[in-house]
Each structure stands twice: as structure tokens, then as C-alpha cells.
Design a protein around this ligand. Sequence first.
Ligand SMILES: [Zn+2]
Length: 106
Amino acid sequence: MPIYEYECNKCGAVFEIILLKDGNPPPCPTCGSHRTRKLIAAPAIHIKEDHATARIEKRVKDYLKDGKVSDAVRFADKAASMVKSDQVKRIADKLHEKTDKIRKSI
Ligand SMILES: [Zn+2]
């Protein structure tokens, strides 16, 4: 779901809003003015990435919970190659570390 950042032309408030479709500018939550404009959504991209990371992490944990270690590793590697995020890379690296230990202990 796209998250947009808007700035109010009247009072200068900056707010984030989730829009189902690109339509009329949303009213300012601070002063109610409709004179708002969309900003370049740098923080929104960040939010989206965090969201993806959380979903990937949950998926990996679910695999591990089910004992599907190799599936978890495969999924984490694929996710890391698709989502260019340090956090996702860290999840994959951590998982490799963990599974290496498991393999060594067997
Ligand atoms: Zn305002």
C-alpha cells in the first residue's frame, strides 16, 4: 500500500497518509486545510522497506519454527537478492551463521 508524505501549504504541517488511489489531496490533520501537496516520499520508501524486512523476518522464523531450515536459508537468500537492504542481508547472514553451527554440531 503506498504511503505518501504531504505538506500543508497553510500551516506547514508534514504528515504521512496511506492512499488507496491517487486522488484529491488529503486535508491537513492539523488545520483542516485542503491546500496540501505531496512530497518526494523518501521516508515512505524507508517505511516500505522496514515493512518488507519485518515480513521476511517473520517468514524465516516461521520456516525455522517448522524445522524447515534449508527452506528458511533459501528464502532468506532469495529475499536478500531481491530486497537490497542491509537488514535483510543481516537476516540472511545470521541464518547462515546459525545453520553452519547446526551443521557442525551434527
Ligand atoms: Zn495545515
